[in-house]
Design a protein around this ligand. Sequence first.
Ligand code: HEM
Length: 547
Amino acid sequence: MRSTTITSYAIAGAHLASAAFVWPSKYDYLEDLYSLQAGAIRHGFIDNVSPCSFNENTKGRQDAAAWVRTAYHDAATHDAAAGTGGLDASILFETDRAENPGTAFNETFGFFSAHYNADVSFADLIALGLVTATTSCGGPKVPFRMGRIDATEAGVPGVPEPQQDLDKHKAIFAKAGFNTEDMIAMVACGHTLGGVHHEDFPDMNENANKGETSRFEGNDNEHPYQFDNAIATQYLDGSTENPLVVGHNDTTNSDKRIFGADGNKTMNALKDPAQFKTMCADIFARMIDSVPAGVELTEPLESFDMKPYITTLALNSNGTLDFAGRIRVRVTEGVTDRDPEDLAVRLAYTSRDGANNGTIETQPERLNGGRSMGLFNEAFKWFNFETQLDASTGIRGFTIELTKPSTGAATVFDNEGTGLYPVQDAILYQKAQSCMDTTTPTKPFPFTVTAAVRKDQTAGAKTAMELAFRTPRQGVVIDKLEKKMFALERSDKKTPSDEYVLYELQMPLAASSWSTTMDLVLGEGEGEKRVTHLTTTELAGVACKPL
Ligand code: HEM
């Protein structure tokens, strides 16, 4: 039922930049990494590059620079005509090559590994790394498209090296689809951060007596820690300390040759700070969007305006359904005109057969002001809900009503015009009846997964769990993720509901895969139902409870 205090309605969605993303989306997790950097609920993908100068491990290193360089070394070997290579995470297999010296790549992968799972490609993480590092250092908003696919082996070699001549560099960039102006801009935008490290290039370090790194924008100032155009202005006014411009060995002065390749025309354009940002955003986007033929990227991501999260939909001991979650409302200043202090949210839900409706109230989250912050000043306010539903009528989905209490004005969100944020209650994840015994670290962990399946759905339907196994790989710091399906068996344990029966799976889980993701699956093909984005990590050391 809708509240009588609602005085006006508008169906929201179609005008938003994020209109293409109907919930649930296969990019929900990546959108969270992008949007939830700090605050009440956060993934903190930005942590290792904020502040821009940050590095917790090695003196002279700057993680933001390493993330940008990692993206370039992955993308550099793109062959535009052949449609091969590009940003496809093949760099994971290429760190032993002379063209990829240094520990920075594996350190970068190690950081990304905390965010890597079956819901995201590693290549999209590398691209997000460049976008995140650039903005954290004060650089422009690089449009972030999603959908990159990971290579399963090394690609061809061919990352440029400083001792190669200009013709060779021009040829490498041209092969990847970039002309001379692009090449100059890409190198200048990349070399606004970081520098040359003595341990990786012992013959090229001009400032060895000042530390381990000769920074492109000088060692004794703040410029290397800002995404600014000092790389261009210092080059043009002759004050540059860039070791690839004024190095004592001219053979390795590749930036000098590249920056001057069009008579300084592009470097002069980059002298203007605003133009620098515009050109860098453009060339970085084209660089990270260099992908093998057949890979389709999305439109640039904008944080979703309204996003539901269902944390629980499970049969409880009373025979009703526990239904809990939260709604994330975008309150970004200048993008929405929402006053975070003048908002209320409730759900209007529809039963399984569409015959019954009801409302579910939400409460604002109190932790850390109930807000989260994302890249590009995005801000969100959280509203929690927790209720019980009648198992016999269940739920098909809901709309979200956003109200401004001071005026009573309300907007109904219907999932980008699709009518409802859909919820399936055919197969439920019984988290309380699922568990993992981690007391024997040398042996596989005994692992139990339980699902409740609606009786009218059980006839002949496949009931399974799909788990993303982590398999360590020789010489590659990131485990291989391989999805495997396991059947759940019908259990004769009694349930407190006439509507549902339990299905169970007990299996040993290799210790290397204790922390991974899984889906519950019911049926196949078009009628398939899934509970997605479940994490095994929460079950570690937890005992199964009876229903
Ligand atoms: C002809 C092309 C290029 C050559 C020869 C070149 C060469 C180099 C060299 C020798 C280093 C020092 C690496 C170390 O000591 O670990 C370096 C660092 C770096 N390069 Fe390039 N580079 C090129 C293009 C690019 C491009 C296009 C980008 C990005 C768009 C880029 C981003 C970086 C960054 C961010 C660093 C600093 C890394 C750090 O401080 O850890 N480079 N480059």
